[in-house]
Design a protein around this ligand. Structure first.
Ligand code: ATP
Length: 331
């Protein structure tokens, strides 16, 4: 099957800055794909390459199997929702949504109908006559989405589209976006530096660092089976164990990750460590312990009602052998 978007050895350098460096990636049609990574890791540049706002320094971008190099943005079956939404404040919401069709020369009646349909899709039917200033942040986000959807793109690019929203609204919009994407069947490529957002929304996640992709996989893969220290550290809140520690615990000299929720309190049948309880934070659904074990801070998430010693006291932590996941970094 032909991919919706492919990166073939794509680099985009700005002088000596390798914003994107030798990226190879295939994104399937209908996939909700997240590009996740810290600031400056090259995610936005990748999105701009797909949109056509940037051209590769070398390599090629393919959209549905066709080489898109040199094809201008408006000739690609791709649309972008920007973080700042870029709405026109003096125009009505309906005109904002219909704008792209107007530029394309679509007649007024047709474009208004299409804009109304798009507003309906994002649950803003009936809001068309308002100005953007009369909307909440979440509603503005939906208008920006409707404005992209009205063009019936095959691929929708979203650059931190929920960044401006408060946490609660953000969570609500995450669910709405996911539902909408599945209903429409459009390929979504989503850029975020928020690992929770990437894991909860995407079918697959690419983790970026320094202009390259360090791991691609399902949210579960990325979370449970990180391949490197970087991914283990950036995605979730894994404990990263140095080779000496792993060696003591399971007899293998390798970097390893150990997820806080896989750790229990007291002696179990698997390996255990004893250290001093330094911090204890109640987080509603669980208690997070910070335990110093021979200079290494280990975090453990225990059930909220688990009996836990006081700060400063000795505490023993245990975990099943399988919870220690070996990483590829050189020991
Ligand atoms: P953020 O999450 O902060 O948006 P990002 O992962 O999207 O970061 P990019 O915006 O793709 O990262 O930038 C990658 C690198 O390329 C950065 O070092 C950035 O400064 C550099 N860069 C991006 N665009 C340009 C440009 N037009 N000219 C020069 N350098 C650029």
């Amino acid at each position: 099957m032909v991919s919706a978007v492919s990166f073939r050895d794509v680099s985009r350098h700005f002088g000596s800055v390798k914003a994107v460096d030798k990226v190879n990636l295939d994104i399937a049609e209908g996939e909700f794909f997240a590009m996740l990574g810290p600031s400056g890791s090259g995610k936005t540049t990748c999105l701009r390459l797909v949109a056509g706002f940037e051209q590769p320094t070398s390599g090629s971008i393919e959209v549905f199997g066709d080489n898109a190099n040199g094809v201008p943005p408006w000739k690609r079956s791709v649309n972008t929702v920007f973080q700042d939404y870029a709405l026109f404040p003096h125009m009505s919401i309906l005109d904002n949504v219909a704008y792209g069709l107007m530029v394309k020369g679509v007649d007024k009646q047709t474009r208004q109908k299409a804009a109304e349909e798009a507003l309906h899709l994002v649950a803003l039917g009936g809001y068309g006559t308002r100005k953007t200033g009369q909307l909440s942040g979440g509603q503005r986000q939906r208008v920006a989405l409707a404005r992209a959807l009205v063009n019936k793109p095959k691929v929708l690019l979203l650059d931190e589209p929920l960044g401006a929203l408060d946490l609660k609204l953000r969570e609500q919009m995450q669910e709405e976006l996911k539902t909408l994407q599945k209903a429409l069947g459009i390929t979504f490529i989503f850029v975020t530096h928020d690992q929770g957002e990437a894991l909860s929304m995407a079918d697959r996640v690419a983790v970026f660092n320094n202009g390259g992709i360090v791991q691609v996989g399902s949210p579960e893969d990325i979370y449970k089976r990180p391949t490197t220290k970087f991914v283990a550290d950036f995605v979730g809140s894994s404990n990263v164990l140095p080779p000496d520690v792993t060696s003591k615990l399971i007899g293998k000299r390798a970097w390893a990750s150990l997820r806080p929720e896989a750790i229990g309190h007291g002696q179990g049948s698997g390996p255990s460590v004893t250290g001093k309880l330094k911090t204890r934070s109640f987080l509603g659904s669980h208690v997070r312990l910070g335990v110093d074990v021979e200079g290494l801070r280990i975090h453990a998430n225990l059930p909220a009602d688990a009996p836990v010693p006081a700060e400063g006291e000795a505490v023993t932590l245990c975990f099943p052998v399988e919870a220690i996941h070996l990483l590829d970094d050189a020991a």
